[in-house]
Design a binder for this molecule. Structure first.
Ligand SMILES: Nc1nc2c(c(=O)[nH]1)N[C@H]1C(S)=C(S)[C@@H](COP(=O)(O)OP(=O)(O)OC[C@H]3O[C@@H](n4cnc5c(=O)[nH]c(N)nc54)[C@H](O)[C@@H]3O)O[C@H]1N2
Ligand SMILES: Nc1nc2c(c(=O)[nH]1)N[C@H]1C(S)=C(S)[C@@H](COP(=O)(O)OP(=O)(O)OC[C@H]3O[C@@H](n4cnc5c(=O)[nH]c(N)nc54)[C@H](O)[C@@H]3O)O[C@H]1N2
Ligand SMILES: [Mo]
Length: 700
C-alpha cells in the first residue's frame, strides 16, 4: 500500500489518495517557483527494471525540469564521457570480448563478485576459466587481491588512484618499443601523434614512485599485450570512481586502439542490442558536435553531462543556507543518503523539502523522509527485459521474461505508478492507460520522423493496430524489438525479432558473438575517433601535479570499497536469507597495518577522514596491501532512526561508508565523486570506550 505523511507520520492510504497527495504537494512548487526548484533522482535499479527504463520520461516531461540527478554520476560517468569524446555518443561502449580474447587485463573491477557491470555476461568465473583453458592470460590490476585477482596469471597492485599514470606508461611503452599497430583502425583514428607527445612524460620510470609498480613489470605487460593474438583492457569502478577516472577510462580504450584490438574478435567490441541504441540507426551518418555543460548546478556550477547533473552536488542544492534552490524531489529507485557523499546533509535536505515523493519498495534511510511513498510490486510480478544491459553485452542475445506471478488486488504495476505520478503532477489526472497511449504515440512519431526507421513511411495507426492488445511496457518492448536492428520491421524482415517470437523462446535467442561495427558505429561529427581529445589532454597537468607531490606513507591509509556477493548496493540487507554468517560490514586492513595500531580482528576502531569519523569492527585480511583499507558501501547505520521499516537490516546494521567521502573530491572532467581513495586514519578503541554511539560526525 502507498504511504502518505499525515501529521508527521507515514500512514497507509489508497492509490487515488496517494496520487492526489503527489499533485497537492508538487503542483504548488512547480506553479510558484518554476520547474527549476524540482529535481528528479533516478537510482541504479532504473537500469534493472523494465518500467524504470521506459516510463521516467513521462514524469520528467510532466515536471519539465532539467534537474536530473542519477546514480550513474556516482558510477560510470567518466566512461560515459570518454565514450562520447571518442565515439560520439556516451552509451557507445566497447566491451571486452571475453569469450574469444587471448589476453584480458582487468583494471579496478571484480567481476567474479560483481558479475561484470559494463560487460554484461552471466557466469564470469566460468568464462575466465575458459580463457585460461584455451591458453589465454588474465592480468588483474587492483590494490586488493580480489576473488578475480586470485584467478589471474599476474596481479599488479598499484597505489590507489594511480591507474591513469600506470596506463599512460603502458601507452608510452607502446610508442617507445614500436608496438603501436592500429591496423585497419588507422583509417578511422586521428590524434595518434598528439597522444604520443602527451605520453612522453610518462615513462614507466617517471610513474613508478606514484603507482608503486616496477617499470620492468609495466614494460613486460605492454610487450605481452601487444604480442598477444588478441587482447583487451577492461576497466570499471576502481578506475571510474577515483581521482583521475576520466583519464583512466580514456586510456583503457586508447591502449585497445593503439594495439589494433578495438573492434576485432577477442578485443573490445561494440554490441548490437536488439532493442536498439543511439548508435544502431543511420549507418555512416555522423553525429552533431558534442555539447557539454549546457546548464549547471547552482551552488558549485557543476556542468550537466548528457542531461544529468552530478549527485555529488545534490546535498548542497537542497541546502538553502548555501544558495541551494531545490524545494521538491521525485526519488525513483534511489537511496542517495546511503549511496552518495555527504549523507548527513542529504538527510537534512530531504527532510526539509516541501515535497519528497518516492517510488520505492522500502522505507529506508532516504525514503523515510518522504511525504509520499509509492511501492512497486515484487520483481516476480513484473516482466523483465534488459533494455539497458544488452548494449553492453559480451554477446548479442535477446530474451524476455514475462511476469512469473500475477499482481494482487490493490497492487499497481510500476509503469502504472509512474504514469499516474506524471498525470498527478501535470494536473491532468489521466489514467495510466491514457498516459501509456500518449507515450506510445510520441515514440511512434519520433520513429516516423527518423528516415532510417523501418516505419518511416508508415501510417501510425496501422502500426498501433499491428502491436495488438498488449499495453504497458511489453507493448513498447515489442515496438523497440520490431524497429530494432534485428527486428522484423513490421513486415520488412519477416524472420526478424518480435516479442511473440521471444516469448516462444523462453530461454532467449542467441544472435551470436559480437561483430565488427567500425566505422558504422561512430557518431562523431567527422566520423573519426580522436584518440587524443583536447578535454582529456587538458586534465593531464592535474595528474602530473599529483605525481609531483611528495608522498608520506605514514600520514594516512587509503580507503577503498568492496562488493560482496550477497548484497547489491543498499538494497539486499533486508533479505534474511542473505544476511546470515559472519559480519560483512568490517574494515579490512593488512596484518602489518593492524599490528602497527595494536588491532586484532573483532576489535573496534575509529575510522576518520576529512569528512567524518565512524566506529567500525576490524578484520585482518591478507587481501589488502599495507597502506590500503577497505569498507563496503550500502549499509544502514542507524537501526533506530525513525520511520524505518527494514526489520532484518535494522537488526544487523553496519556503517554508512559515504559519511567518510569528501563531497568536494571529484574527478575534474566528469564531476564524479571520488569513492575509492579516501585518506583515513584508523585508531584502536580501548574496549571500555567502545560503549558510545557507533557514529560521530564532525559536521554535527
Ligand atoms: N562508497 C561507495 N558509494 C557508492 C558505490 C561504491 O562503490 N562505494 N557505488 C556506487 C554505485 S556503482 C551505484 S550504482 C550507486 C547506487 O546508488 P542508488 O541507486 O542511489 O542506490 P541503491 O542502493 O542502488 O538504491 C536503490 C533503491 O532502489 C530501490 N529499489 C530496488 N528495486 C526497485 C524497483 O524495482 N523499483 C523501484 N522503484 N525501486 C527499487 C531500493 O529499495 C533502494 O532504495 O551507489 C554508488 N555509491
Ligand atoms: N554482488 C554484487 N554485485 C554487484 C553490485 C553489488 O553491490 N554486489 N553492484 C553492481 C553495480 S551498481 C556495479 S556499478 C558493479 C561494479 O562492478 P565492479 O567494478 O566489478 O565491482 P567493484 O567491487 O566495485 O570493483 C571495483 C574494484 O576496484 C578496486 N579498486 C579500488 N580502487 C582502485 C584503484 O585506485 N585502482 C584500481 N586498479 N582498482 C581499484 C577495488 O579493490 C575493487 O576490487 O557491480 C554490480 N554488481
Ligand atoms: Mo553501479
Amino acid at each position: 500500500m502507498p504511504l502518505v505523511r499525515r501529521h508527521g507520520k507515514l500512514v497507509e492510504v489508497g492509490w487515488d489518495e496517494a496520487f492526489d497527495e503527489v499533485g497537492r504537494l508538487m503542483r504548488p512548487v512547480l506553479e510558484q517557483h518554476r520547474p527549476d526548484k524540482v529535481a528528479v533522482y533516478l537510482g541504479n535499479p532504473i537500469g534493472h527494471t523494465l518500467a524504470g527504463l521506459l516510463y521516467p520520461r513521462v514524469m520528467l516531461k510532466a515536471i519539465g525540469s532539467r534537474n536530473l540527478y542519477t546514480a550513474s554520476t556516482l558510477d560510470q560517468r567518466p566512461k560515459d564521457l570518454t565514450n562520447a569524446l571518442l565515439y560520439g555518443e556516451h552509451f557507445t561502449l566497447a566491451v571486452p570480448d571475453i569469450d574469444r580474447t587471448q589476453f584480458l587485463v582487468i583494471v579496478g573491477a571484480n567481476p567474479v563478485v560483481s558479475n561484470g557491470s559494463l560487460a554484461t555476461a552471466p557466469g564470469w568465473p566460468r568464462r575466465l576459466d575458459a580463457l585460461k583453458a584455451r591458453g589465454g592470460r588474465l592480468v588483474v590490476i587492483d590494490p586488493q587481491r580480489t576473488q578475480t585477482a586470485e584467478l589471474a596469471d599476474l596481479h599488479l597492485a598499484p597505489r590507489v588512484g594511480s591507474d591513469a599514470a600506470l596506463l599512460m606508461s603502458v601507452v608510452h611503452t607502446l610508442f617507445e618499443q614500436g608496438l603501436v599497430r592500429p591496423g585497419r583502425l588507422a583509417e578511422f583514428v586521428k590524434g595518434i601523434d598528439a597522444l604520443q607527445d602527451a605520453a612522453a612524460a610518462f615513462a614507466p620510470e617517471a610513474t613508478a614512485a606514484f603507482t608503486g609498480v616496477a617499470p620492468s613489470q609495466l614494460r613486460q605487460l605492454a610487450r605481452d599485450f601487444a604480442a598477444a593474438p588478441s587482447a583487451c583492457f577492461y576497466g570499471r569502478m576502481g578506475t571510474t570512481t577515483t581521482r583521475f577516472g576520466s583519464l583512466a577510462s580514456w586510456l583503457i580504450d586508447a591502449i585497445n586502439i593503439l594495439t589494433g584490438n578495438l573492434d576485432r574478435p577477442g578485443g573490445a567490441m561494440f554490441p548490437l542490442p536488439p532493442t536498439g541504441s543511439p548508435n544502431t540507426r543511420g549507418a555512416g551518418r555522423y553525429g552533431p558536435a558534442l555539447t557539454l555543460g549546457r546548464f549547471r548546478t547552482r551552488v558549485r556550477q557543476a556542468p550537466e553531462l548528457f542531461g544529468e547533473l552530478p549527485t555529488s552536488c545534490l546535498a548542497e542544492e537542497m541546502d538553502p543556507s548555501d544558495g541551494g534552490r531545490l524545494r521538491a524531489l521525485l526519488l525513483v529507485c534511489g537511496n542517495p543518503v546511503v549511496s552518495a557523499p555527504d549523507p548527513q546533509r542529504l538527510a537534512r535536505g530531504l527532510s526539509t523539502l516541501d515535497a519528497l515523493v518516492a517510488i520505492d519498495p522500502y522505507l529506508n534511510d532516504s525514503t523515510r523522509h518522504a511525504h509520499v511513498i509509492l511501492p512497486p510490486p515484487s520483481p516476480l510480478q513484473r516482466p523483465h527485459h534488459d533494455l539497458h544491459f544488452k548494449q553492453w553485452s559480451v554477446r548479442n542475445v535477446a530474451q524476455h521474461s514475462p511476469a512469473a506471478l500475477p499482481l494482487r488486488d490493490g497492487q499497481l504495476d510500476e509503469w502504472e505508478i509512474m504514469c499516474r505520478v506524471a498525470s498527478a503532477i501535470d494536473g491532468s489526472n489521466a489514467t495510466a492507460q491514457a498516459v501509456d497511449e500518449q507515450l506510445l504515440r510520441s515514440m511512434l512519431r519520433a520513429e516516423a520522423r527518423d528516415p532510417n526507421s523501418p516505419i518511416a513511411d508508415r501510417e501510425l495507426e496501422a502500426i498501433v493496430a499491428a502491436l495488438g492488445a498488449r499495453r504497458g511496457p511489453e507493448r513498447l518492448v515489442d515496438l523497440l524489438l520490431r524497429v530494432g536492428p534485428w527486428g522484423e520491421g513490421f513486415g520488412r524482415r519477416p524472420t526478424g525479432l518480435t516479442l511473440d517470437k521471444l516469448l516462444a523462446h523462453p530461454h532467449g535467442i542467441d544472435l551470436g558473438p559480437l561483430e565488427p561495427r567500425l566505422p558504422e558505429v561512430l557518431r562523431t561529427p567527422d566520423g573519426m575517433i580522436d584518440i587524443a581529445p583536447p578535454m582529456l589532454l587538458a586534465d593531464l597537468p592535474r595528474l602530473q601535479e599529483a605525481m609531483a607531490q611528495p608522498r608520506d606513507d605514514t600520514a594516512a591509509l587509503q580507503l577503498i570499497g568492496r562488493r560482496h556477493l550477497r548484497s547489491n548496493n543498499s538494497w539486499m540487507h533486508n533479505t534474511a536469507t542473505l544476511m546470515t554468517g559472519a559480519e560483512r560490514c568490517t574494515l579490512r586492513l593488512s596484518p602489518a597495518d593492524a599490528q602497527a595500531r595494536g588491532l586484532e580482528s573483532g576489535d573496534l576502531a575509529t575510522l576518520r577522514s576529512q569528512a567524518a569519523e565512524l566506529v567500525v569492527p576490524v578484520e585482518l585480511s591478507d587481501r589488502l596491501p599495507d597502506g590500503v583499507v577497505s569498507l563496503p558501501h550500502g549499509w544502514l547505520d542507524d537501526g533506530d532512526a525513525p520511520d524505518l521499516r527494514l526489520r532484518t537490516a535494522q537488526a544487523r546494521p553496519g556503517v554508512n561508508s559515504n559519511r567518510l567521502t569528501d563531497p568536494r573530491e571529484v574527478d575534474a572532467p566528469s564531476w564524479t565523486a571520488v569513492l575509492n581513495g579516501i585518506p583515513v586514519t584508523v585508531i584502536r578503541i580501548e574496549p571500555a570506550g567502545a560503549a558510545g554511539s557507533r557514529t560521530g560526525d564532525k559536521h554535527e
